[in-house]
Design a protein. Structure first.
Length: 636
């Protein structure tokens, strides 16, 4: 209930008044006013006339009931005499009592009408009495006024669009948006886990704020800084933080915004962007997803793209051309440095390359601390343990993890985000959402043996990652999951580690073959991953005694489309056959070792499968207890 206004309940002034109506509404109001004026002009000054049939009109003339008529083509208006007005009013009560009337003459000629009017001495007027001169002037100029108002409105709208952007005439203008420090929501304090990149950026910001200190030593500000890293590692976030920290104008644009359907628009927008930046120098310009226009010229399937290459040439010219534009720094981000044109990466253009890799454990802890600032955490949440269990997560993944945990807590009506919420959120990100799959008992048992085959190999292989959990609850596209968590971050891998990892991948298929004597389609993804890993071991990392220490472009990811078509082949047909034979031999040897190992530990496999079928999910401690009991029973 709203309290009445009084000394203690005064209404606060409205600090956010409603904005004025846009121009289009003003134009609609103007059009409505002009339309109403036209209707008023049509009715103003006109007496209210009584409609009369032509035959009744001639009868009234013959009875001397008409005093005056005005003839205009087939329209006849006139005035009754006093007796005529009274007669027609009394004869037809529904009609209005009026001294005036109006009738329409039939299209055929009536020569007797003039004779009839003259015989009864009716005053005849050939033209009607016109409107007042000012109304006639308005009626004459009104259509032109309306047309001019429409033209001026469209012209004003076009001018506004050209100044603010987005109009039909600004296709050659830059789409770069200028960020404002007071409205930026990110600073360098919000960026964690990339301390080396922050130091590089802080130096550049300091150069822009106080260039005299560097110029006194003969230092020149770099013209371009390229941020390189996988998706989600914080390239765009770092650019937003720079916009919040820098006390200089900051322009941001996506590289895809340069290209349009019109030829030459991309180059024109590049020129306009640098021109605007020079006016506000010192200034920063950020180009996101640089590979959209920075791809190698003349490469790729189907040849080059003239418009994109023309835009790239203009960027190269602006960054290192005849025109000097000091104190304009270009900051760009990409996750595809392998496809960039070599002219972009040479000194004098992008002088510095800052690599942002996936964060290590300490960096993940710092990133989590940033993202949980506004999240109420329960006492059982340990960010260091959570960081240890999120190996391979990028900064965006960790932000998503915190958000998913908060959503889980909200769904369960909790007031704090608990460790269980983070566990469920992590499972959803890594494994996928739990789903209902109506498996038959035979399929469910096969899934259990398959996952337990993975688990046995992961538990006993000395170089494999530690086993965390086994579940036969379907997640995402998988019917079951065997989860392993590395003890620490890996940056290099040994041959023994990779072999044990492949044995873990093949454990599910070998378990099915051991129990049922045949294999199923459930090992499709395992075989694909194992084959890819063996191909890299042999072709890229030289882990084969037969092939030797050769580094070939075999199994590389993110190959630029069409680039390999123009490159000479690195090896002969004989070497290709030898590589294929070695890959097959290596896989068959590892599969044989895996099958033999599972045969020796068949009791452990069956015991673990029975437990998984009963509980559906087993943690690492439960798995270890079951396997230890079976090992002790086997020894006894």
């Amino acid at each position: 209930m709203t309290a009445p206004n009084g000394p203690g309940n005064q209404q606060k002034p409205d600090n956010n008044p409603q904005p004025a109506l846009p121009n289009r509404y003003s134009f609609l109001w103007l059009s409505a006013a002009i339309f109403l004026m036209m209707l008023w002009l049509q009715d103003s000054g006109q007496p209210r006339l009584q409609e009369l049939a032509y035959s009744d009109f001639k009868t009234a003339v013959a009875n001397d009931q008409v005093a005056e008529v005005t003839l205009k083509e087939e329209s006849i208006t006139g005035l009754f005499t006093d007796s005529g007005a009274a007669s027609f009013s009394s004869d037809s009560p529904a009609r209005l009592s009026s001294p005036g009337f109006h009738t329409i003459r039939p299209p055929m000629e009536d020569p007797s009408l003039l004779t009839l009017l003259e015989e009864h001495e009716v005053t005849i007027k050939a033209t009607p009495s016109g409107l007042p001169w000012w109304q006639e002037m308005i009626r004459g100029f009104l259509p032109w006024l309306l047309l001019l108002a429409l033209m001026f409105w469209f012209w004003g709208a076009a001018q506004k669009k050209m100044t603010q952007g987005g109009g039909p005439f600004d296709f050659s203008r830059s789409k770069a948006r200028r960020a404002r420090k007071e409205t930026s929501t990110a600073t360098l304090d919000d960026v964690a886990g990339i301390e080396s990149a922050k130091r590089e950026i802080a130096e550049i910001i300091d150069f822009l704020k106080s260039p005299e200190k560097y110029r006194a030593l003969g230092a020149v500000m770099p013209k371009g800084v390229l941020l390189v890293g996988p998706p989600g590692t914080g390239k765009t976030l770092l650019a937003r933080a720079i916009a919040g920290e820098a006390e200089v104008p900051f322009y941001s644009i996506s590289a895809s915004e340069f290209i349009e359907m019109f030829v030459g628009v991309g180059a024109a927008r590049v020129r306009d962007m640098f021109q605007e930046a020079r006016k506000d120098a010192p200034a920063l310009t950020f180009i996101d997803e640089l590979d959209a226009i920075g791809r190698s010229r003349g490469a790729g399937l189907g040849g080059g793209h003239d418009e994109r290459e023309q835009t790239l040439n203009q960027i190269l010219t602006e960054m290192d051309g005849f025109e000097a534009h000091e104190n304009v720094l270009v900051l760009a981000a990409t996750n595809r440095p392998d496809v960039l044109d070599s002219a972009l990466l040479r000194p004098g253009r992008f002088d510095r390359k800052i690599t942002l890799d996936r964060p290590h454990k300490e960096a993940r802890t710092a990133i989590l601390q940033v993202h949980v600032r506004k999240v109420p955490l329960a006492e059982d949440v340990n960010l260091e343990q959570l960081a240890a269990r999120t190996i391979g997560f990028s900064g965006a993944d960790l932000k998503n993890l915190v958000n998913e945990a908060a959503l889980t807590a909200a769904r369960e009506n909790l007031h704090e985000v608990t460790a269980h919420c983070f566990e469920l959120a992590r499972d959803r990100i890594i494994l996928g959402e739990e789903r209902d799959a109506h498996l038959t008992p035979q399929e469910r048992e096969a899934v259990a043996y398959h996952e337990c085959g993975h688990a046995i190999m992961a538990y006993y292989m000395p170089n494999a990652d530690p086993l965390t959990r086994v579940t036969i609850i379907p997640h995402g596209m998988a019917m079951g999951v065997t989860e392993q968590t590395p003890r620490e971050d890996h940056y290099t891998y040994t041959e023994s580690y990779l072999k044990d990892r492949i044995k873990v991948m093949l454990g599910g298929r070998c378990a099915e073959k051991l129990i049922y004597g045949e294999v199923s389609t459930g090992a499709q993804n395992d075989l694909k991953e194992a084959t890819t890993l063996v191909r890299r071991m042999i072709g890229q990392w030289g882990m084969s005694e037969t092939i030797g220490p050769l580094g070939l472009s075999i199994g590389e990811e993110h190959v630029f489309l069409g680039r390999e078509m123009g490159l000479p082949r690195e090896f002969s047909e004989k070497m290709a056959d030898l590589i294929d034979t070695e890959i097959q031999s290596k896989l068959m040897s590892l599969e044989k070792d895996t099958r033999e190992f599972l045969s020796e530990h068949r009791n452990q496999l069956e015991a673990l499968a029975k437990a998984v079928l009963k509980k559906e999910t087993l943690a690492a401690e439960e798995i270890e207890e079951i396997l230890r009991k079976e090992d002790a029973r086997k020894i006894a």
